[in-house]
Every structure is written in C-alpha cells, then in structure tokens.
Design a protein around this ligand. Structure first.
Ligand code: FES
Length: 326
C-alpha cells in the first residue's frame, strides 16, 4: 500500500520502522514522545497503534536479496544499463513515484549504491537500472555479466520530493524541466502524470549526459521532448527558461517538476517564488543516500533550528523547499 505522506515509508510493510521504535518517527508525534496526536493523514493507519501491536518493536526492515541479471548493455564506456529479475509479487512496488534501490555486487553493505528504478516489466518480472561508473562502488559493475547475481535492497520511495502533488494531479497540465541524467529519475513522475490524464510539456537540456541513453528512454516512454538550455555558462537561468516558465504560468500549468542538479533546483525554486507561482512543485532528490533508512545521517539537512530532515525518507512541505536548495 502506498500512501503519499510526510514519511515515504508510512503505512508500508516496514512501518513502524526503527525510527518509531526509538522515538524519532517522521510521521507520528506520539511515537516522538508528545502527548497529542498531530496525524494529518486519514489512511486509518496509526503508527503508534501498530508499534504497540508489535510489542513496541520496529517491523522487519528491508533486507537485501539476490536478483539475477537478465540484460546488460553498455553506453559510451561510462554507463551500463542492466535489467534485474525481481520476485513477481514485488514488481508493482517498483513502479511507485521516486522509487530507487540500493544495489551492490559484493556481499558487503558498504558497497551499496543508490540507483533510480527506470522502468519495470510485468511480462518478464524485471526492473531496469542505469549504472554510471563514478567510483569504487560503481566500478564493480564493469565486470557484471548476464546471469550474474546482484544484491538488491528496496524499493525505497523518496527519490522525488512532492510525490503527493504528482500523484494527486488529475486531467491537468504539468511542465517538466530536466537536465542530463536528471531526466531518468523523473521518468516515474512523467509516467504517473500521464496515467492520470495530465498533458505534459517536457523540456530537456541534454548537458554532457549520454544522448544515446536519453534517446533510448524518451523513445521507450514515448515522451515528446523539446530541447532547451536551462542555464548559461555562468549558471544563471537562460532567457528561454524564464520564458518557458512565464508561458506555462499563463497556460495554467498546475505542477512544475524539476529533474535538475541541486544548484539549478535552487535557482528555479527562487525564480518561482519571485514569480509567485502558486502551483505545485516537485523535484528529484539528489541527496547523498547511504542507508536509506533514516539512520546513518548521510542525507540529513538542518533546514531551521530544531528541524532536521532525513532526505532519504522524508517529504518536505512546499514552504520548506527554499530552505534546502534556495
Ligand atoms: S541515507 Fe542514511 S539517514 Fe538517510
């Protein structure tokens, strides 16, 4: 069951998690030791009650399992597209907005790499991932062959901020602005928006990223893209980007999604605030993900005194976006 709430794991099979057991639940004020309930969700799932039912203990966390590699294709000696065979009853879970997995070749969790799920195929029970060689963890995948087994933990769901806004938009209009590799984690957003009858204006700045991969996925998902340049050499938004946003606002765009770097997300969020854009905003989560469970602290940001967020799990309020990237 997926309920779009403050915690991306709320009411899933692993909820309540170790955070609730230790008084740090993202969702439930009572689990955090408050004597009142500020639960704003109506999913009939009480984290506190579930915790009590479970003897005050967290539910079993996600465990890594071995998945067979069914397909491997290289792109430009920098990228490797792989397909992994996952248990049939889990394929649907990987289709959630912003889903990602932690994968590794070795039997050593230090080598976990977070990777967005690009697509899932129900006929072959597979998911697609793109590995970009960046360091010792990802270089392990250079030796990967069809038939090999890979450790997979997931799916995790917080690869996108603004999941609820994306999931709830119906029969409306959305603007998608992506640059380079940011196009790939945005695929689940576009897929969901189109499934709900929304029309999309998709602008892509290819940047330095593989044109082959972008063409492959825009073709596979049948996404009509318009080429653009989001920023100039100084990192400032181009006149064209400003015009695209202006036109979209006049056309009644109800949601703007940003598949960009943190720096450009910050630029766009500032620009949208200056323009007093009142619609919804979503963007890809570029946080450094390590454990994915809100434990290790690799993804945490202090957004104001007393308010620290775990970006691997927590959905921000729209009013908090500028504190992260603005
Ligand atoms: S990745 Fe470990 S706390 Fe978020």
């Amino acid at each position: 069951m997926i309920i779009y709430s403050k915690c991306s794991d709320y009411a899933t099979d692993i909820c309540p998690c170790i955070l609730a057991e230790n008084g740090h639940c993202i969702e439930c004020s009572q689990c955090r030791g408050e004597n009142f309930c500020d639960c704003s969700d109506t999913a009939s799932f009480c984290v506190m009650q579930e915790l009590r039912n479970n003897g005050g203990k967290a539910k079993e966390p996600r465990r890594a399992h071995l998945c067979e590699v069914s397909y491997v294709k290289d792109y430009e000696d920098m990228f490797r597209l792989i397909r992994l065979r996952v248990p049939r009853d889990q394929v649907r879970d990987y289709s959630a907005i912003g889903s990602y997995v932690l994968v590794r070749m070795r039997d050593d969790p230090y080598f976990d790499v977070p990777v967005s799920v690009l697509h899932q195929a129900y006929d072959s029970d597979t998911i697609g991932l793109l590995i970009q060689y960046r360091g010792i963890k990802t270089n392990d995948f250079r030796t990967l062959r069809r038939g090999d087994m890979v450790h997979v933990r997931g799916p995790f769901f917080n690869g996108v901020q603004g999941r609820k806004a994306v999931a709830s938009l119906r029969n409306s209009r959305a603007l998608i602005l992506c640059r380079g590799i940011g196009f790939l984690p945005s695929l689940s957003v576009m897929d969901s928006l189109r499934a709900n009858g929304n029309s999309l204006d998709v602008y892509l700045d290819r940047g330095q990223f593989s044109g082959h991969v972008l063409d492959l996925y825009s073709g596979l998902f049948e996404i009509g893209i318009r080429e653009t340049r989001i920023s100039d050499e100084t990192g400032a938004l181009t006149e064209e980007t400003r015009r695209i946003i202006e036109d979209s606002m006049q056309n009644g765009t109800a949601l703007i999604h940003l598949g960009l770097s943190d720096y450009l997300i910050g630029q766009l969020i500032r620009h949208l605030e200056e323009k007093q854009y009142a619609g919804a905003v979503s963007f890809i989560n570029n946080a450094r993900i390590c454990c994915g469970e809100g434990i290790c602290g690799a993804c945490t940001r202090d957004i104001r005194p007393g308010r620290m967020v775990h970006l691997c799990k927590e959905q921000l309020n729209r009013s908090e976006y500028h504190r992260i990237y603005g």
